[in-house]
Structure formats: C-alpha cells, structure tokens
Design a protein around this ligand. Structure first.
Ligand code: PAF
Length: 295
C-alpha cells in the first residue's frame, strides 16, 4: 500500500491504473478507523481493481465550537488497518494541499443539507462535506465511492451533488456496523466514558422501539423517545423523515428514516433506522424491519 500526500501523486497513480484498464473505488474517510470503515474498504476491494482510501480530517465541516482539535487521529494505526484490508493507496494530504491559499469555492445543497444535522451543526457542515467530497471525486475520479449509512443525511447530500452536477461516480451506501450491544460504530465512541458508553446504547434501543411500534401500529416517535428518556437522554432531534427527501412524515407510506442525534456525556452521537414502506401491518409481516435492518 502506498501512502500519498499530494494531488499530483494520486493523479499519476490513477492515470497508470486507468491506462491498464483498472476500475477505481474510493472510500472517503476522516480516519480513526473502526469496523465500519473497514467494511467500506472490503466492499470497495470486492468490486474494484484499485482501492483508494482518503484520510483527511476536513476542517471546513467543523464549526469553531466543534471537536476538530480533539477528533481522534492515529495515521500509523489507520495505515496498518487499511493495508491489512488490501487497500492500494492511502491518500493522506495536509490541509494546505486540499485548501491552498485563495481557495474560495463552496458547494451548498439547498433543502436536505439545511435540516437535522444541517440545522443543528450549521450550514457550513454539509457545505464542507459536499465541497471536500466533490474535490476528492475530481482528484481520484472513482467509478464508485463508498459511504456508511450511519451518516444517512450525508449520503443523501452526496447523492444530490452527484445528480445535480452530473458527476460520473456511483454512490454506494453500506450498512451500519454495530457493537454487540447495538451501539453504532463511530470514531467518536472513544470519547465515551464508562457511564456514557452504557447510556449510549439507548440510541439504538430507541430506534428498535420505534421499529417495533411501527409493527404494532403504535406511534413511532413517542415509543423511541420513551427509551431515550429512561436513560436521561434529551435528543437534539428524533424524527421520522422521508428516506429520500428528508421531508417530515408521520406515516411510513414509503421508505422512511427514523433518525436520532443526541449528546451522551460530552459526545455527540447519531444513528438511524430505515423503515421500509409502504407499511401495511396485516399483509407485509415478512418484509418488516426487524429492528436491526439498517439500509
Ligand atoms: O464521513 C466522513 O468521514 C466525512 O464526512 C467525509 C465523507 C470523509 C468528508 O470529510
């Protein structure tokens, strides 16, 4: 596995691979790899000749009061893990390589990037994500790019950029990877102390309760909220939204996402479940979400 720092080096490696007729898969990351990242690398490895993983803690998607300075970083460990997954290129640029002096462009996706995490974290968040991901697509020119469904809103924002700007890349959303007790894997989980780690399981349990309420015909969001309340968690948001447009919905007439964001201790966590629609209690039992059925 090669560790490359510059755009010119990556471009040259991609040119060689393309000249050989190779396909290219990209896994954009901010490092601090866990099983979720590794599952994206495996998926890319299974489908492409050349696998590129980008490792860049993107400053523009963090607000000044957010955790940019404390975001976990361990490039040597990440490089070992990526190598073990058969990754060909780890692209780990310095911020000045991505944002040189005078950088002035920002991509804003109206609507879906302005709600939920966009409303709580601020518009800069998804502008930062959309801009850096578009740059990575321009640098690597992958056939497909792999993202985790845990960041469901991010996946929708990236898909919209690709559609609206006619970018020639396929976006693949991979299932959420969970700890044995249901906690969605996240680089930020390392910040949870023992008490917060225990209480953090309430997020996935709340989503499970929401899915169970759908099956029993009870109100979904209140059922999920009750589980969070038992653990003393007051969510930043807990909402049922259309799985494509992120419009608020009250029924699962088509695929919907039950999404939650909450601070547990000092750590901000997000999670979601895809609830398959249209939902019809009497006839659709076989295709119901079983509470672990993430997209
Ligand atoms: O999901 C992430 O790790 C980041 O938001 C991404 C997609 C790598 C952009 O910085």
């Amino acid at each position: 596995m090669r560790i490359l720092r510059t755009i010119a080096e990556v471009r040259s490696a991609i040119r060689e691979a393309r000249a050989d007729g190779q396909t290219v898969g990209l896994v954009p990351t901010m490092g601090a790899f866990h099983e979720g990242h590794l599952s994206l690398m495996r998926e890319a490895r299974a489908h492409h000749d050349l696998v590129v993983v980008s490792l860049f803690v993107n400053p523009t998607q963090f607000a000044p009061n957010e955790d940019l300075s404390t975001y976990p970083r361990d490039e040597a460990r990440d490089a070992e893990l990526a190598k073990a997954e058969g990754v060909d290129i780890l692209f780990a640029p310095e911020p000045a390589e991505i944002y040189p002096e005078g950088f002035a462009t920002s991509i804003h996706v109206a609507g879906i990037s302005e709600v939920l995490d966009g409303a709580i974290r601020g518009a800069h968040h998804f502008d930062g994500v959309a801009t850096v991901v578009t740059k990575l697509f321009g640098i690597v020119r992958p056939d497909a790019a792999y993202f985790g469904q845990k960041d469901a809103q991010q996946v929708l924002v990236v898909r919209r950029v690709v559609r609206d700007l006619d970018l020639d890349v396929r976006i693949v959303a991979c299932p959420i990877v969970r700890e044995a007790d249901g906690l969605a894997m996240s680089s930020r989980n390392v910040h949870l102390d023992a008490d917060a780690r225990e209480r953090a399981t309430a997020l996935s349990r709340a989503l499970d309760a929401g899915a169970a309420a759908l099956r029993s015909g009870d109100p979904i969001v209140p059922a999920a909220r009750a589980v969070l309340a038992e653990s003393g968690i007051d969510p930043e948001y807990l909402e049922l939204r259309d799985a494509e447009t992120l419009e608020p919905v009250t029924r699962v007439d088509r695929d919907a996402l039950l999404l939650v964001a909450a601070r547990v201790g000092t750590t901000r966590l997000i999670d979601n479940h895809l609830l398959r629609g249209p939902y019809a209690p009497a006839s659709a039992t076989a295709s119901l979400p079983d509470g672990k059925d993430d997209a």
